[in-house]
Design a protein around this ligand. Structure first.
Ligand code: AFD
Ligand code: MN
Ligand code: MN
Length: 427
């Protein structure tokens, strides 16, 4: 069945037509620059076309903070309309064909019907996200003092069953992963027994792990603080790794870029998790101070590039390519779109993730390795910077064009009038 396009294709084609001449000139100019470096732009475009990033279902509503939320006209009223908005991002960027669902926020009444609706829009589902960081209406037992770590086995059982329900819903949707992020923790010294709380958490995770289908992955997400302000049970990559080790080969660590203390060397964390073959994937976003959930690449684009430098280095490493389980980190966006139109925020974020990836592809790895072996920090840094400072916009646009997407997704979106129509239809 032909996939339903949320924006009339002629609008995208017109926008592309208007931008094509300039794009072709820019593309040829970049091809010349790369050729003089011994790089074939066609090979880079081919790799650029393969990058895909999942979008968060919860990201399509206007986000907010504990101080308030400022809704915009035309926000999606339910998960079906969130899929329509997700299809806009995918149509214009060509790189976000999967949606990561949050349960119960976006729990479908009929998962199979939702899978059909997604398929008609050209979408599939990525990892499921459980939620035991809030009490839901009618919930029997409270998570106020934790969920999988709770001292009361009945609360732990309730949280385990919620995660197993997420797996069941995900199986009906064709998902192959479950991300568990726990707010579990304490806000005062002495509140929790630090060792026993982790023991209980791992024991609960083992119950969830047992329910995992054999072709699924369990992503254990870590975060140092918030909402717990003294000790979060799974607070860093080390504890996430410890838990994954206890569980088994289908358990991996989930790196949310906003889930690190200030000045953490995140690209080094990524290198460590690659080394132990437990890098499950990412929640991409950006931040200035904490888990700010800002647009990826909007604050620290060089850090995002350095993360992708580790990922591309690993993908090109024969030893790592032969590993089992296969090195295949899942890329997801996890942001809170408090100010920008969520669709534009996700278009921008996907584009900046694409940009960091393509720049990392341009790193001359042989030269970098030689300078590292020679202990030559100047030349090593110059090699990284040569790639980072290359304007790869023409490659991103060409990859989008070849995939039938927009040369300039924001311009195409704005000329489509989609948000105004949604405001009328969803009033
Ligand atoms: C949170 C955590 C976790 C959660 C998401 C949505 O990163 O990934 O699923 O945001 O609440 O900050
Ligand atoms: Mn996250
Ligand atoms: Mn987060």
């Amino acid at each position: 069945m032909a996939k339903r396009k949320p924006i009339p294709e002629e609008i995208v084609e017109e926008a592309n037509e208007a931008a094509l001449d300039r794009h072709e000139k820019d593309y040829q100019a970049l091809a010349g620059i790369l050729e003089r470096r011994g790089t074939n732009i066609e090979k880079i475009v081919a790799e650029a076309m393969r990058l895909e990033v999942a979008v968060p279902s919860w990201g399509f509503a206007q986000g907010g903070t504990r101080f308030g939320r400022f809704p915009i006209p035309g926000e999606p009223r339910g998960v079906e309309e969130k899929l329509q908005d997700a299809a806009v991002v995918n149509q214009l960027t060509g790189m976000t064909p999967r949606v990561s669902l949050h349960i119960p926020w976006d729990k479908p009444d009929n998962p199979r019907a939702l899978k059909r609706a997604a398929s008609e829009l050209g979408l599939k589902f990525d990892a499921m996200n459980s939620n035991t960081f809030q009490d839901q209406p009618g919930q029997e037992l409270s998570y106020k003092f934790g969920s999988l770590c709770h001292t009361d086995p009945a609360v732990r059982r309730q949280a385990i069953e919620h995660n197993i329900e997420c797996i069941e819903i995900g199986r009906a949707l064709g998902s192959k992963g479950l991300t568990v992020w726990l707010a579990d923790g304490g806000s005062f010294p002495g509140q929790m027994h630090l060792r026993r709380a982790l023991d209980r958490t791992i024991d609960s995770l083992e119950n969830i792990y047992t329910a995992l289908p054999s072709d699924w992955r369990l992503f254990i997400e870590y975060k140092p603080f918030e909402p717990a302000f003294y000790s979060t049970v799974i607070q860093d990559w080390g504890t996430s790794w410890l838990a994954a080790q206890e569980l088994g080969p289908q358990a991996f660590c989930l790196v949310d870029l906003g889930h690190h203390l200030p000045n953490t060397n995140i690209e080094q964390v990524v290198a460590r998790l690659i080394a132990v073959n437990r890098l499950g994937g990412f929640h991409f976003n950006d931040s200035k101070y904490a888990d700010d959930d800002l647009s990826a690449g909007s604050i620290k684009p060089y850090q995002l590039f350095l993360v992708f430098n580790e990922l591309v280095d690993a993908q090109k490493d024969r030893v790592i390519r032969k590993r089992r389980p296969r090195f295949a980190p899942a890329y997801m966006i996890d942001q809170s779109h408090n100010l920008k139109d969520p669709i534009e925020d996700l278009i921008q974020s996907a584009t900046e993730i694409h940009r960091a990836f393509v720049k990392a592809l341009l790193v001359n790895r042989k030269a970098l390795e030689r300078h590292q072996e020679d202990n030559d920090p100047v030349m090593a840094e110059r090699t990284l910077k040569e790639a980072y400072e290359t304007d790869v916009s023409p490659i991103l646009a060409e990859a989008r064009r070849r995939k039938g997407a927009a040369l300039d997704p924001i311009a195409a979106y704005r000329s489509s009038g989609y948000r105004a129509r949604a405001a009328e239809e969803r009033a």
